[in-house]
Design a protein around this ligand. Structure first.
Ligand code: ADP
Ligand code: ASP
Ligand code: MG
Length: 448
């Protein structure tokens, strides 16, 4: 039995947290492979260095080193600290080299922001050893996680990763060694390519896929996948079970508890996933798998995605010109921009994109021949609400119930997508009203 266990930033955010997760690992039966994020705050710190480079890079190295060494000093006695320092100093040399490398390189931000994971994993692995559990700290490089794609938005090459890990990681398991692997990035042409913010969940799913694991456990700072974001809805409750499809839709449309791409690598191999709380290991968490367990309420969970914009392209009888629709989409795809929803009418096509993608999309659309597009309208600052529930499409009147509640909140719906997914109903509202919408839907329709 192989369990891949992923620990997020707060779960490895301090000496106490690392000690707690080391015990969770040791108390888990069977073969274990660990994937960890950077200590909380570290990736934001690294993003800050790239976005606003300080003049004194040596001070940055010192600050970065101290944050880790302070925690290490709490965890290790003199002897284990001396062993840890050897590996730590080696990795710190790599850190210094990374931040001093060429900032104009397209992958510079990937290289710098992926550094934190190299240090949290080292600390956790050494602590496991201190507790008598044989362990090695591996990086995506040494574990064989292969990536493809553009800067800051890589994807794993699943086949290449599987063959790399079969050679590099599997033999460790048969010797009883626990590998602790860096999350967040893979290797493309010899250098790091990150999987987007929060990407360690996806790394862990990729590792589970590569090793044909029996279980993926995502250990975080809440009791499991909840009926809504607990930061918005104070009485959000934990969901016991969900399907891969339900979790994937919610993660894609804003439920931050899982990186949007976590589900696919495990779903295709039927590997069940659990979301668990590293601060309360006695809690069973949420099980995400192929089976469906019906809830009592109309809705199972509601997620929101903010900072979106609706861009509406008008052209006479566009509905009769499929080649124009295709070229509009193709133009947007040239910049690799995600379209969250599309809706068309006789003379318009409306697309939901990120606020930050509006300018590049308009630039691209202006490259189309001038007679093709009559007008482009943009509505900024909207949010998408993603409602997931049992039988949303087949039960009569569900849509009516949902929009009656939205009306009660006094909110105007800007765009609707129903029927595209079997498990969810999505709609767009002004960003300033989204909390009210989620609050009313949660109070009226969510029940265990
Ligand atoms: P980690 O560092 O462990 O990856 P994240 O901060 O990325 O943790 O994700 C966990 C956080 O996701 C929770 O603390 C919670 O605030 C937020 N969250 C948003 N939506 C949900 C949801 N539906 N269920 C649980 N947590 C959610
Ligand atoms: N450390 C990375 C981030 O903060 C990846 C992760 O935590 O999953 O985005
Ligand atoms: Mg996360």
């Amino acid at each position: 039995m192989i369990t891949v266990m992923k620990f997020g930033g707060t779960s490895v955010g301090s000496a106490e947290a690392i000690e707690r997760v080391a015990n969770i690992i040791i108390n888990t039966k069977g073969d274990k492979v660990v994937v960890a994020s950077a200590m909380s705050g570290i990736t934001n710190f690294l993003v800050g260095i790239v976005d606003n480079p300080p003049s004194d890079m040596e001070a940055v190295v010192e600050q970065f080193a101290n944050k880790h060494l302070m925690a290490a000093e709490q965890m290790f006695d003199e002897k284990t600290m001396a062993e840890f320092r050897k590996d730590f100093d080696e990795r710190l040399k790599g850190f210094r080299k990374a931040i001093l490398s060429d900032p104009s390189d397209a992958y510079y931000k990937d290289l710098v922001t992926s550094q934190g994971e190299r240090f949290s994993t080292l600390m956790l692995s050494h602590y496991l050893r201190k507790l008598g559990q044989d362990s090695v700290a591996l990086t995506a490089e040494t574990a064989g996680i292969a990536a493809v794609g553009l800067p800051l938005s890589g994807s794993a090459d699943l086949l290449e990763t599987a063959s790399g890990m079969t050679m590099k990681v599997r033999p460790l398991l048969s010797q009883g060694i626990v590998p602790v692997i860096t999350g967040f990035y893979g290797i493309k042409d010899g250098s790091p390519l990150t999987f987007g913010r929060g990407g360690s969940d996806y790394s862990a799913a990729v590792v589970a896929n590569a090793l044909d694991a029996d279980m993926l456990e995502i250990w975080t700072d809440v009791d499991g996948f909840m009926t809504s974001d607990p930061r918005i809805i104070k009485d959000a409750i934990k969901i016991d079970e969900m399907t891969f499809g339900e979790a994937a839709e919610l993660a894609y449309f804003g439920a931050k508890v899982l990186h949007p791409r976590t589900i696919e690598p495990v779903r295709i191999k039927h590997i069940p996933l659990k979301v668990r709380n590293s601060f309360k290991p006695e809690e069973p968490g949420t099980l995400i798998h192929n089976l469906r367990k019906k809830g009592k309420g109309l809705l199972k969970s509601v997620a929101t995605k903010n900072d979106l914009a609706i861009i509406t392209v008008s052209s006479a009888e566009i509905a009769y010109r499929p080649e124009l629709v295709a070229s509009i989409i193709a133009k947007i795809a040239e910049n690799n921009i995600i379209i969250y929803s599309i809706s068309t009418s006789l003379s318009t096509i409306a697309m939901l994109i990120s606020n930050s993608d509006v300018a590049p999309v308009i630039r691209k659309l202006n490259e189309l021949s001038s007679g093709d597009i009559e007008r482009i309208d943009v509505k900024n600052n909207v949010s998408l609400v993603c409602c997931v529930g049992d039988d949303l499409l087949s039960k009569c009147g569900v849509t009516g119930d949902i929009f009656t509640a939205v009306k009660e909140a006094g909110v105007n719906v800007e765009m609707i997508s129903e029927g595209a997914s079997e498990v969810s109903l999505n709609f767009v509202v002004p960003m300033g009203m989204v909390m009210d919408v989620v609050a009313i839907l949660h109070s009226k329709y969510i029940g265990e």
